[in-house]
Design a protein around this ligand. Sequence first.
Ligand SMILES: O=C(CO)[C@H](O)[C@H](O)COP(=O)(O)O
Length: 220
Amino acid sequence: MASDQQKKAAAEAALSHLQHANIVGIGTGSTVNFFIDALTSIKGSIDAVVSSSEASTERLRRHGFEVRELNAVDEIPVYVDGADEINRYLQMIKGGGGALTREKIIAAVSRRFICIADASKRVDVLGGFPLPVEVIPMARSYVAREMVKLGGWPALREGFATDNGNLILDVRNLQIMEPSHMEQTINNIPGVVTVGIFALRPADMLLLGTDQGVETLTAA
Ligand SMILES: O=C(CO)[C@H](O)[C@H](O)COP(=O)(O)O
């Protein structure tokens, strides 16, 4: 099955895990785009959505969803988002689309985080995918040097600014054996807005599109 078909199958499977949530948190990326499209079939049962990026907001509005500011909601029952890599503990690397900061904030507010992904995203050790780090522009070189001290090879994502007006360093060559520790270490570097490791708040459930169908995984 092509990866797009796997993404679509995982996205559609997420519909049956919303459990009548009145507010749904929406991630960013091509898998989430399939989810947004599928969500239209139950639009009537959702009061509003909270979006993690301008791109998702635009798609949601086009489909007629009410997009609510995060500050206007107290709690989000369920958040659905993709991942660039995910391990057996449902810890992830995210940020391939550059929306990692807003994604991490919405994940923190949400009661349940459902990750939807194609089979290629499932890994034993995080770090094969270049780790995105959102940085304040004036700290770019300093943070890059700090990444080198950690053994990484940082590269500026050329011609890209996040929805928050910041830059992204994509860091290769990191074998992330202790994701929570690495998440804290990198987040503590002055100038880092967010690192794309989601380990301190992992997903609660993974819906993985595979050639054999959609597998449902909870943390090992
Ligand atoms: O973290 C993300 C965006 O910041 C995405 O969830 C991640 O990049 C996966 O994207 P896709 O569904 O297109 O493979």
